[in-house]
Ligand binder design. Structure first.
Ligand SMILES: [Cu+2]
Length: 502
């Protein structure tokens, strides 16, 4: 039986080592969306990460001007650069389409990648880079069928091995046609027994080894959102929130210097449970590389889920998850802090609980501007969409937008059961710090300048902001949009029910 277990263990190991899901900074939303330019070509790129690493990612590139185009894609590992990358793959035109190209790309190891997209046509040529972080996030279990088949084969092998040992001693030296003596027969049985003892020992060794490999994978290689602990403290009437990254895995493996995204080391989102009715977007400052403090706005009491977006200097980005209870009155001063002034880009918003459609609760800070979400005819999981928002004033007139942290707008998407969390920009799902890190490393200076213009110089007179996205699974979602109009941060909360694909 141990042989069976060993075969099972061996195959599990092979499958397990091969199985690694590239994931994003985001929670439960692995696909990467990018909207930008490759030279004179406006493009929209979707990368569907492979189920295994090494594995094939599906890449689709829609070029929004007339072709024919030549589209090439190339994955560039953050520490290897373009010189360490294989030759680029050509994307092929999808049948029945005039400007949609698709390709498959190998991701050989986990870590931060930039996917170079090169587009050439009679209009000229240009490149864009799309960051993606490949990480192992799932552990495969073997199906009962596979277990049965491998167990049967394993048993057969054990029986064959024992019979070979028996035959070797009792029959191998016999003349053709003669019978083994009684002594040889007994020797054969002893050999079979010795072989069984040897196999049992070997299988037990394999079983122990497998257990160690599995534990190492689970505790070191399998990616989980690093856990954080949040504590509240009040001193002299100032409430402050401290986020501590106290995941032992962070200490061991994931610690690498952070870089600011939109000028902030951390973007911390708080969402009240279970109604997802109160939303805050705060910017803690780092006290050291695992403690982050921020002033707390006057949020109503309740249980809050927290999502903290950070970007590493490798270009990899992560979302750290946690929860915190905000009490009704004063909180004890649990850690020492002097007055922490709120960041001017911090904002919070309250709306009706998701699914109720009730009137906004009275704690809503009054806003001189309103956000409108352009209705979508139908929203189906996995279908590419453009989420479009507009900010209007009290008279319904478009409000001129200013850049809010270097962007015309930000969108945050959360599934009702909090299994999906995404922070979007008009350029897509990538953190802008990742995008700029890869662009500066891999693109020429003109392309970097162009990207910079694109990110910071979007025409905001229209007061409309679009985000590329596809909801990863069916269910009810809350979507927040944030922008800045005449110096005021404007937040709008919406909900959408996403249907299962038919
Ligand atoms: Cu932020």
């Amino acid at each position: 039986m141990n042989k069976v277990r060993d075969r099972v263990a061996l195959w599990s190991t092979i499958l397990l080592l091969g199985l690694a899901w590239p994931a994003l900074a985001h929670v439960g939303s692995p696909n990467v969306f990018f909207e930008g330019e490759a030279g004179p070509h406006p493009i929209r790129v979707v990368i569907r990460p492979p189920p295994v690493v090494p594995g094939l990612a599906q890449i689709s590139v829609r070029v929004k001007n007339t072709g024919p185009h030549q589209v090439q894609v190339l994955p560039v590992k953050w520490d290897a650069g373009r010189k360490g990358a294989p030759p680029p793959d050509s994307a092929t035109l999808v049948r029945g389409e005039t400007n949609l190209y698709s390709a498959e790309l190998w991701f050989m190891t986990t870590g931060a990648y930039g996917v170079l997209v090169r587009v050439e046509s009679s209009a000229g040529k240009g490149e864009a880079i799309v960051p993606i972080t490949a990480l192992a996030t799932r552990r495969l279990v073997m199906t009962p069928l596979m277990t049965g088949v491998l167990s049967g084969l394993g048993l057969l092998l054990v029986a064959l091995l024992a019979s070979i040992a028996r035959a070797a001693l009792s029959e191998s030296l016999l003349e053709p046609g003669s019978l083994p003596t009684r002594r040889r027969l007994r020797g054969g049985r002893l050999a079979a027994l010795a072989a069984m003892i040897f196999i049992t020992g070997a299988l037990y060794g394999g079983y122990r080894w497998w257990g160690a490999v599995d534990r190492h994978f689970v505790s070191n290689r399998l990616y989980r959102s690093p856990q954080t602990t949040l504590t509240l403290s009040e001193r002299d009437g100032h409430r402050a929130l401290r986020l501590a990254i106290d995941d032992p895995r962070w200490e061991r493996h994931q610690r690498s210097p952070l870089i600011p995204d939109h000028g902030k080391l951390m973007h911390l989102f708080l969402v009240r449970q279970p109604g997802l009715d109160v939303f805050a977007h705060l910017h803690p400052s780092g006290r050291d590389d695992r403690l982050f403090d921020t002033a707390l706005p006057p949020l109503p009491e309740g249980e809050y889920l927290t999502f903290a977006d950070i970007t590493h200097e490798t270009g990899a980005s992560q979302t750290l998850t946690g929860r915190v209870r905000i009490g009704p009155g004063a909180s004890p001063a649990s850690w020492h802090h002097s007055e922490i002034s709120p960041d001017p880009t911090d904002a919070w918003h309250a709306s009706h609980p998701v699914g109720t459609g009730a009137a906004p609760s009275p704690s809503v800070p009054s806003q001189p501007y309103q956000v409108r979400w352009e209705a979508l005819s139908s929203v189906v999981a996995g279908v590419d969409l453009s989420l479009s928002f507009q900010v209007v004033d009290a008279n319904g007139q478009p409000a001129p937008l200013e850049l809010y942290m270097g962007m015309p707008g930000h969108a945050v998407i959360l599934h009702e059961d909090s299994s999906v969390f995404t922070h979007l920009h008009p350029q897509g799902t990538a953190s802008m710090a990742s995008l700029m890190t890869f662009a500066k490393r891999e693109l020429d200076i003109n392309a970097v300048r162009r990207l910079d213009d694109l990110i910071c110089g979007v025409d905001t007179q229209e007061s409309r902001v679009h985000f590329p996205y596809a909801f990863p699974k069916p269910g009810r979602y809350r979507v927040w949009f944030q922008a800045k109009a005449r110096g005021q941060i404007v937040t709008g909360a919406f909900e959408v029910t996403v249907a299962a694909p038919s």
